[in-house]
Each structure stands twice: as C-alpha cells, then as structure tokens.
Design a protein. Structure first.
Length: 179
C-alpha cells in the first residue's frame, strides 16, 4: 500500500457504512486500490477504509483518472457514456465493476420535455445486508448526473431476480480468477 498525505480537506465515503465524512488536510492515508476512477484508502486516524472520487485525486497528489476526466468531458454518445459511467462503479471490497458483476438489471434513457436526458437504473447487490449498498447506488447516480446532458438520474436497488454468481460476466470472472 502506498502511503500518502492529503494535501487538502477531502470528502470521502466510509466503507462499509456508506456515510459521508471529510478527511482533513494532512491526514496520512494508505492507497489500497484505484479502480473505476475512484480511490479506496485506509485512514488510520479515522479508523477505517474510505472511498475518494477521482475528481478529488489532487487531494491525494494524483492526477484525475482518465475515466473520471472522460465522463466529465462528455465524450461519446449518451448510451456509451451511461455504460461507461456504470462501469466505473465498484463495491470497494470487490475489484470488479457493477456491470461485470451482473448487478445492473435495467437501464432506461429518456429525453425530457424541458431538455436534457433522464437515466433510470435498476440494480441489485451481491448480498441483502451489504452496508455499502446505498453508497454504491449513490456513486452510480452521482456519476450518471455528472454526464453532460443528463439532468436527472435515479438508481433503485431491487431484489428480484435475486443475484447469483452466474450473473458475473466473463470479464468479471477472469478478474476474480473464477473463469
């Protein structure tokens, strides 16, 4: 794990509770993973793991990840951007994105009469007791809303059909070593 010191106050999400906190400038953190344009860090002074968004990479002394930059710039068709945004969302404890885990059940994109686009997602979680469920859905919703042209987004967690490991994509299986 790489040791870093926050260069400024930084918003973060506590893992696995999902509550938002502000980590103070000067806090020592240890980078445990960088996936999908966000960072998972251990902050001993705060007693646990935290997720920091890619757009706050400068607080870690890191460049903004390409995934976060591309989404913020809105490069591509709306369907491609929505798929790309969802593919940058990870359960911070599993190194596979929510699309490859088979958690995204339904994606609907519709034009709004007043202009802009609305994106509605139905997704599930690997376990009903997942403490990060709200944070993962919130992360997906936040990334969808950050796409230029998306003026409304909703991510709803559903439990039907129940998720099983058979829903993991071939790419996800490869990353997990279960191909």
């Amino acid at each position: 794990m790489e040791r870093l010191e926050l260069t400024r106050d930084c918003n973060a999400v506590r893992i696995p509770m999902g509550d938002c906190v502000t980590l103070a400038a000067g806090t020592e953190v240890y980078l445990s993973q960088s996936l999908g344009g966000s960072f998972t860090v251990q902050a001993p002074a705060y007693g646990g793991l935290f997720r920091i968004t890619g757009l706050d990479a400068d607080a870690l002394g890191k460049p903004v990840p390409e995934e976060a930059r591309r989404l913020a710039a809105g490069e591509g068709e709306i369907e491609e951007l929505v798929a790309a945004a969802l593919s940058t969302c990870y359960d911070p404890e599993i190194p596979v994105n929510i699309v490859d885990l088979g958690l995204v059940y339904d994606t609907r994109i519709s034009d709004l009469p007043e202009g802009g686009v609305r994106v509605d997602i139905k997704m599930t979680l690997t376990a009903t007791g997942c403490g990060m469920g709200g944070a993962i859905a919130g992360d997906a919703e936040e990334k969808l809303r950050s796409i230029p042209g998306v003026t409304a987004a909703s991510v709803r967690v559903v439990w039907d059909p129940p998720w099983t490991p058979h829903m993991i994509s071939e790419e996800g299986r490869r990353k997990l070593g279960i191909a």
